[in-house]
Design a protein around this ligand. Structure first.
Ligand SMILES: Nc1ncnc2c1ncn2[C@@H]1O[C@H](COP(=O)(O)OP(=O)(O)O)[C@@H](O)[C@H]1O
Ligand SMILES: [Mg+2]
Length: 334
């Protein structure tokens, strides 16, 4: 099948042949991993990097006429808020593409809107308030410390560090101000939910396969908050030093596992996700499930979290990527 892999690039002049050299040289990038899997499955693959301009992207797609676009775009011109717009452009030009629709991408990026929708569907989320840049953050009295302050529209733990957790109004105001000034967007302030941190990958549409649950475990906390800060997620050296690890969650009773699967399935559909996604949640000591956020089009790199969970479920990497293709081709929304 003709499949175009469309993704963000730092090389505006590169063409398909340039990327294919990198793929052969075994360079590790999520889009190259995906392309290698598609080759292995016998597909005719065109690599299309999106840089500063959309016109060359549309030209290349127009000339190739793919049956499917594998959407690996995470941002446009360095701005992740445009992620949904790339899906919109594909949709407007009549291409079938993998992953979530513009609605899913737009809504799930907004941590406040997401929580409002999940609440409507009976899913437990942390109590929260949103503060716009021009507002003085006055904490609603029902919002109890400790609180965590995050940028409203980022992901990958951007803007999240140990200092994100605040214990009093003074620190709250300072951290909200920091978010406004640094990220030029609203801040969301949530009650800090103590508990196990779990990540649940899902594949499918009308029926969803729930992948084995991954847990982020923290070593000795040494007074630090057990949260997935930017460093805890991405800094390998720091992770080693602090004994922060992704493992498969152990010791969940069938009942709790079923409750988690049910919550995540509801969240996936409630937020208009398609084909594949990941739900981040917290499980409290008394087995309450709180959804922290829902991620459409999660990171697909080889040996990363979602791929490892798929592998554990018996889907090797090539089969996992092919499954996403199959799901995108089978659904009746193009
Ligand atoms: N309300 C909360 N209670 C406890 N931990 C939280 C809360 N919100 C965020 N965190 C911690 O911060 C991490 C990143 O927050 P999240 O909302 O998932 O943002 P991102 O989109 O950047 O991944 C979470 O994985 C979790 O460890
Ligand atoms: Mg998250």
């Amino acid at each position: 099948m003709k499949i175009a892999v469309v993704f963000d690039t730092l090389h505006p002049d590169w063409e398909d042949a340039d990327y294919k050299k990198e793929i052969e040289a075994k360079v590790e990038e999520a889009e190259y991993d995906v392309a290698r899997a598609l080759f292995a499955k016998g597909h005719d693959v065109l690599m299309v990097g999106v840089a500063e301009q959309l016109a060359p992207v549309l030209e290349r797609l127009g000339a190739f006429q793919p049956k499917l676009v594998f959407n690996g775009c995470e941002s446009f011109r360095g701005n992740a808020r445009h992620e949904y717009a790339l899906a919109t452009v594909l949709e407007m030009h009549g291409y079938r593409y993998t992953g979530s629709s513009p609605t899913g991408l737009l809504v799930a990026r907004n941590k406040s809107l997401t929580k409002k929708i999940l609440t409507h569907h009976g899913i437990r989320v942390p109590a929260f308030a949103e503060f716009r840049p021009e507002e003085k953050p006055v904490r609603p009295s029902e919002l109890r410390f400790p609180l965590i302050v995050k940028p409203l529209l980022e992901d990958a733990s951007v803007g999240i560090s140990q200092a994100s957790v605040v214990e009093d109004d003074e620190d709250l105001e300072a951290r909200v101000k920091f978010i406004h000034e640094k990220f030029h967007q609203a801040a969301i302030v949530e009650e800090l939910i103590e508990g196990r941190e779990l990540y649940v990958g899902l594949i499918g549409n009308a029926t969803l396969q729930v992948l084995p649950i991954v847990e982020l475990t923290f070593g000795e906390a040494n007074g630090e908050h057990r949260i997935a800060t930017y460093k805890a997620k991405w800094d390998e050296e720091y992770r080693k030093r602090k004994k922060i690890k992704n493992v498969f969650a152990k010791g969940l009773s069938d009942e709790v596992a079923a409750k988690i699967a049910d919550t995540c399935t509801t969240a996936f559909h409630a937020l208009w996700l398609q084909d594949y996604g990941r739900v981040d949640l917290r499980l409290t000591h008394d087995d309450e499930v709180y959804v922290l956020e829902v991620n459409p089009n999660p990171f697909l790199a080889y040996e990363n979290e979602m791929a490892d969970a798929a592998e554990k479920a018996g889907l090797g990497y090539n089969e996992f990527i092919q499954r996403i293709v199959d799901e995108a081709m089978a659904r009746d929304t193009a």
